[in-house]
Design a protein around this ligand. Structure first.
Ligand code: FAD
Ligand code: SIN
Length: 522
């Protein structure tokens, strides 16, 4: 199969790239489940953009830099913040509806770490609304082919032409991907002029996560295997307030916008505690809130704290957060009367595949977008609601860059078909599930909100056993989705631990007790 643009992933990043590239050539989107199975669909709080005074670009830039704890790339921050309003207009053109006040202005929310209200939203279901609009536009577009239940296994480079390649090989380029049709078990070779890894994040390397099951870090792992450069993987962001409801996966998010609206974090005994840790109290940056909750839970031996919104007007609470209201009610919690039990959960990967200001990776003609990428916007800790806007701004940049080079690029010939020789279907599906759980347990126990040199070393040792066992199985097995995901989770866990061991300080989302700091210290 041949296409101008191969897009792997159907979240905000992949689909907004597709819609722009499709004006100039043929786009094929492959996605491993249904189109709407993605992190984007779960986003609640909203999408950042400077909209009205007294907000300014400078304030949004400053908030992002402060939250990123000195590790942001200023050019990336400037790009995203200044391009945001134009991309909001584009999302509206594609059909997204953001909430407005009775006088027709956008209704803006505020979340942790923001000095102004600048978060556009659609009720508390912003991601689902963006995803709906993008899906409708993609389905209508005559130049876009969508292949659901198609799992990208590996990216094609000169390696597949028999050349020896390393992370330093000059002129390393991407020619497409091997893609597994999970319905038939066939592996297709999809050749493309440009390839986009937009496969989202990797929350499922942890036992408790807000991410849906598709978020297994596939794009980051594929790019790493293809010899692209990754960075900042140690900065895994834990969301402070996921609903404490043991056994539920993914963990249901209680949006930070609720704290922006006035909700207060309390201990199980009802006492407020964030004033001990940060002047912004419940609205402090996310890493500070998550560590403070962790600290209190650990020293008290408790599994959750409370988020209290009972002092706010009940009708307003139901209007602003209808989805959360209904969800909590379904498990017996009326949030207008009862406090909500919450606990931190793995939420967002601030690192990923290193890209330039056009979203291009260290491999030519390969772009990484959205949560798969590391643009430098987030530094050591992402400012709330900065990721959807990053995804669409960089998709726009990447599409413009690829389109400008479209006529000078040829499809690469001579790539061999997938070699099934010596492989069989596996009967070890239960073992794959157990291995996935082992990865999650290693990461949760040793590479969580708080780590140490010893815990990282232990994690690496235990992971290396899983790595060896899984590679052995992979060598003799016809690929299936579970096996490929396990392999990718191990690769991403490895990068998180390795890059965490290389960082000799506590900063942002990476807190190592061997480099102690005040909990509130950035
Ligand atoms: P995704 O939307 O995750 O899309 C990835 C796509 O890749 C999926 O379609 C997936 O099926 C596909 N895929 C993965 N692997 C493969 C493979 N091997 N082959 C083929 N397809 C594959 N951010 C904000 O800015 N504001 C918010 O309010 C907000 N709230 C959030 C709430 C929750 C509960 C969560 C989980 C995240 C939230 N985020 C929020 C973060 C934000 O949603 C994500 O970072 C963003 O949506 C990522 O978009 P994406 O396009 O990069 O990836
Ligand atoms: C939330 O709504 O709290 C999530 C926002 C985000 O992750 O950016």
């Amino acid at each position: 199969m041949k296409t101008d643009f191969l897009v792997i992933g159907s979240g905000a990043a992949g689909m907004s790239f597709a819609l722009q590239a499709a004006e100039h050539g043929h786009v094929t989107i492959v996605t491993k489940g249904e189109l709407d199975e993605c992190n984007t669909n779960y986003a609640q709080g909203g999408i950042c953009s400077v909209t009205y005074e007294p907000d300014t670009f400078e304030k949004h830039i400053e908030d992002t830099l402060v939250c990123g704890a000195g590790k942001c790339d200023r050019d990336a921050v400037e790009l995203v913040v200044r391009q945001a309003p134009a991309m909001i207009r584009r999302l509206i053109e594609w059909g997204t509806r953001f909430d407005r006040t009775p006088d027709g202005r956008f209704e803006l929310h505020r979340e942790g770490g923001h000095s102004e209200s600048r978060i556009l939203h659609h009720e508390d279901l912003t991601g689902a609304e963006i995803e709906r609009a993008l899906i409708e536009s993609v389905r209508r577009h005559p130049n876009i082919t969508v292949l659901e239940h198609h799992f990208a296994i590996d990216l094609l480079t000169q390696h597949h032409l028999g050349e020896f390649v390393t992370r330093h090989t000059r002129g390393l380029a991407c020619f497409g991907a091997y893609v597994l049709d999970t319905g038939t078990g066939e592996i297709e070779t999809i050749l493309s002029k440009f390839t986009v890894a937009a496969t989202g994040g990797c929350g499922n390397i942890y036992s408790t996560t807000t991410n849906p099951v598709v978020a297994t870090g596939d794009g980051i792992a594929m790019c790493h295997r293809a010899k692209a450069i990754t960075q900042n993987m140690e900065f895994i962001q834990f969301h402070p307030t996921s609903l404490y409801n043991p056994g539920e996966r993914p963990s249901f998010l209680i949006t930070e916008a609720m704290r922006g609206y006035g909700a207060i974090l309390r201990l199980q005994n009802g006492r407020e505690f964030m004033d001990k840790y940060h002047p912004m109290r419940s609205l402090a940056p996310r890493d500070v809130v998550a560590r403070s909750i962790y600290h209190e839970m650990k020293r008290r031996g408790e599994e959750f704290v409370y988020l209290d919104v009972t002092h706010k007007d009940a009708e307003q609470t139901r209007t602003h957060f209808p989805n959360i209201y209904e969800k909590c009610l379904s498990i017996g919690i009326d949030i207008t009367k009862d406090m909500i039990p919450v606990t931190p959960a793995a939420h967002y990967c601030c690192g990923g595949v290193k890209v330039d200001l056009n979203g291009e990776t260290s491999i030519k003609r390969l772009y990484a977008l959205g949560e798969t990428s590391c643009t430098g916007l987030h530094g050591a800790n992402r400012l709330a609601s900065n990721s959807l806007i990053e995804a669409v701004v960089y998709a726009d940049r990447a599409a413009a860059h690829a389109v400008a080079h479209l006529d000078s690029v040829e499809i690469q010939e001579g790539i061999p078909e997938w070699n099934f020789e010596g492989t069989q279907h596996t009967e070890e599906m239960l073992m794959l599930l157990q291995s996935k759980r082992e990865v999650q347990s290693i990461m949760t126990n040793y590479v969580g909100i708080v780590r140490s040199n010893l815990s990282l070393k232990r994690a690496m040792r235990r992971l290396s056993i899983l790595f060896e066992e899984t590679e052995e199985l992979y060598g003799k097995t016809k690929p299936n989705r579970d096996l490929c995901e396990l392999r990718n989770m191990i690769a991403v866990a490895y990068l998180t631990i390795k890059q965490g061991r290389e960082l000799k300080e506590s900063v942002g989302c990476h807190y190592n007790t061997d480099y102690p700091k005040e909990i509130s210290n950035q």
